[in-house]
Write a protein that binds this ligand. Structure first.
Ligand code: 5GP
Length: 260
């Protein structure tokens, strides 16, 4: 499939057209932003790691029946994905209270939530992605009731799967953000998990020490973001122990002929 013109540039990714209108290419940049674009940096290697980690998670979700936009990873920074119309809502699932939830409601940081808490935010940078209710969503027709019911069910399944997957490698899934898109399926419109799932979009804490292994390292000036993302990739079995981002070669090495 041929790479075409740039369709959209976001904060951390770029979307390119292909010669098939049903598919686009998602390119992961090294750019990091926080606090509604007020804090910005380029962190070399972040895009490569997010591409790989997101591919791993979305492929595993697909295997347990949670369909999503990923077709295949194309190279270090790019994935071929299904072309969807993104629903303008950020879907947040929380297992432990932290971040904006604690600030907004005064809940103690680290409080374990008895059941996963789903929140909806309007995807609008100018407004700072404000929290919205289902009533807002239906009133302003950002999504239908049927779509939200389907998405809510998927969010619980995605969370269950990811909590287990990360627990297995000694990581607590504190919270995460996902996005969904609309796609035509045999003439009917369906919702499909889209965007990315990576340490940019999840809060991941080491099980024993609560060390932050996610974008909060950038948000809160904790440093060593790449080391943390590499740690996540290593634990998920994507990177080998001795690898570092300069020497990482995700592709199969070419056979080298023995010199006599
Ligand atoms: P909070 O609302 O506490 O800031 O974020 C909750 C969760 O959603 C965190 O895992 C955070 O990384 C993710 N999240 C919320 N909004 C965004 C966003 O605009 N971009 C990214 N990458 N993640 C977000």
């Amino acid at each position: 499939m041929k790479k075409g013109k740039k369709l959209y540039e976001g904060k951390a990714k770029v979307i390119f057209a292909t010669d098939n209108k049903d598919f686009v290419i998602q390119h992961f940049k090294d750019d990091a932003t926080a606090f509604n674009n007020q804090k910005k940096a380029k962190i070399e290697g972040k895009g490569v790691l997010n591409n790989r980690i997101s591919e791993h998670i979305l492929m595993n979700l697909n295997q347990v029946g949670i369909k999503n936009h990923l077709v295949k990873r194309l190279n270090m920074r790019e994935q071929l994905i299904k072309h969807v119309e993104i629903i303008p809502i950020e879907f947040i699932v929380r297992n432990i209270a932290t971040g904006s939830l604690t600030k907004r409601l005064g809940i103690e940081d680290g409080t374990i939530l008895e059941d996963p808490l789903i929140e909806y935010c309007l995807k609008n940078d100018e407004l700072g992605d404000p929290l919205i209710s289902k009533e807002h969503i239906y009133t302003f027709k950002w999504a239908t009731k049927k779509e939200i019911e389907k998405i809510d069910k998927q969010l619980v399944r995605i969370n269950d799967f990811m909590v287990g997957m990360f627990r297995g490698v000694g990581i607590k899934l504190v919270d995460f953000k996902v996005e969904f898109g609309r796609i035509k399926n045999n003439g009917k419109t369906d919702v499909l998990l889209a965007d990315e799932i990576s340490p940019d979009t999840c809060r991941l804490w080491d099980n024993k020490t609560d060390k932050k292994l996610d974008k909060d390292r950038f948000r809160n000036n904790l440093g060593n973001l790449i080391n943390a993302y590499q740690e996540v990739a290593k634990r998920l079995g994507i990177l080998h122990e001795q690898s570092n981002i300069q020497t990482v070669n995700f592709e199969k090495p070419k056979a080298v002929k023995n010199k006599k």
